[in-house]
Ligand binder design. Structure first.
Ligand SMILES: Cc1ncc(C[n+]2csc(CCOP(=O)(O)OP(=O)(O)O)c2C)c(N)n1
Ligand code: SF4
Length: 258
């Protein structure tokens, strides 16, 4: 939108985002995650050298919004696809943007193996504790007692195990340079999420290894909540189980050891 005489732009969209309206439901945090990635790529001035790998899930249309080059991966295979892309074009900034069904269920093996190999890719993992696109099935991250279409009596840890904490699970692997969990339910948390995303791209720029950011998110549609309640759920139910923080940062270790 052009600025008229006498008007001052106080909050604009990054040049790395297209003008298209998003398909995300009202109150979905995918829009915030998409914007944060776009802002970081704009700040790094590397959008023309960036290749995104789209996963399968509500996040897939991110390729319509961030104006990088994109490759579409099969469901769960984003880290494997990104491995090939980065190895073929090590001069490119390569990232995946994946949901919890995609990364932690069908793609669990590909994700862990890529992290363990220390692939120089950045992985943005949107954890909304449910399969969004397909109508609300249980994910590996669904909370204990959470009712979904495939756990109508609530997730039972004796049958389905405890929810996976991916940021902590990946952090000890040698190939991982950065692993953090953030949330998108408040301005302070969104700002922290942006710092973590910047760091996860920065370790790739420095060829230090695998960069991972988990973003706790709401899915009002499949949780059958209004946007405010879904936001509150992140704070009151998700964060107590999925603590926020940086679980590994090799650059911090280097500084501490220097
Ligand atoms: C091989 C394969 N199996 C299953 C599906 C169906 N499917 C599409 S999206 C999806 C789950 C998406 O959930 P999630 O990754 O949590 O992302 P969200 O939609 O919540 O962002 C599934 C199971 C598929 N497309 N391909
Ligand atoms: S179904 Fe859920 S994850 Fe998908 S766009 Fe809607 S709110 Fe977001």
């Amino acid at each position: 939108m052009s600025i008229q005489p006498g008007e001052k732009l106080v909050f604009g969209a990054p040049s790395t985002l297209s003008d298209r309206l998003t398909h995300y439901c009202p109150g979905c945090h995918h829009g915030i995650g998409t914007r944060l990635v776009a802002e970081v790529l704009e700040e790094f001035g590397c959008i023309k050298e960036t290749i995104g790998v789209a996963s399968v899930g509500c996040s897939v249309f991110t390729y319509n919004y961030i104006v990088a080059d994109w490759v579409e991966a099969a469901h769960g295979r984003a880290c494997a696809t990104a491995t090939g892309v980065k190895r073929a074009r090590p001069d490119r900034m390569v990232f995946t943007y994946q949901g919890d069904g995609d990364l932690a269920a069908i793609g669990f093996n590909e994700s862990v193996q890529a992290a363990n190999r220390g692939e120089h890719i950045t992985v943005i993992f949107v954890n909304n504790t449910i399969y969004g696109m397909t109508g609300g099935q249980m994910a590996p991250t669904s909370l204990i007692g959470q009712k979904t279409t495939t756990s109508p009596r609530g997730r039972n840890p004796k049958k389905e195990g405890a929810p996976l904490r991916m940021a902590e699970l990946l952090a000890p692997l040698d190939g991982v340079a950065f692993s953090a969990r953030c949330a998108m339910d408040s301005v302070a948390h969104v700002n922290a999420a942006k710092r973590a995303i910047r760091k996860a791209f920065d370790v790739q720029r420095q060829n230090l290894g695998f960069g991972f950011v988990e973003l706790l998110s709401g899915c009002p549609t499949n949780l059958h909540m209004d946007p405010l309640s879904a936001n509150r759920r992140v704070r009151e139910e998700m964060i107590p189980y999925f603590p926020l923080g940086v679980f590994k940062d090799v650059t911090a270790n280097e500084k501490a050891g220097a």
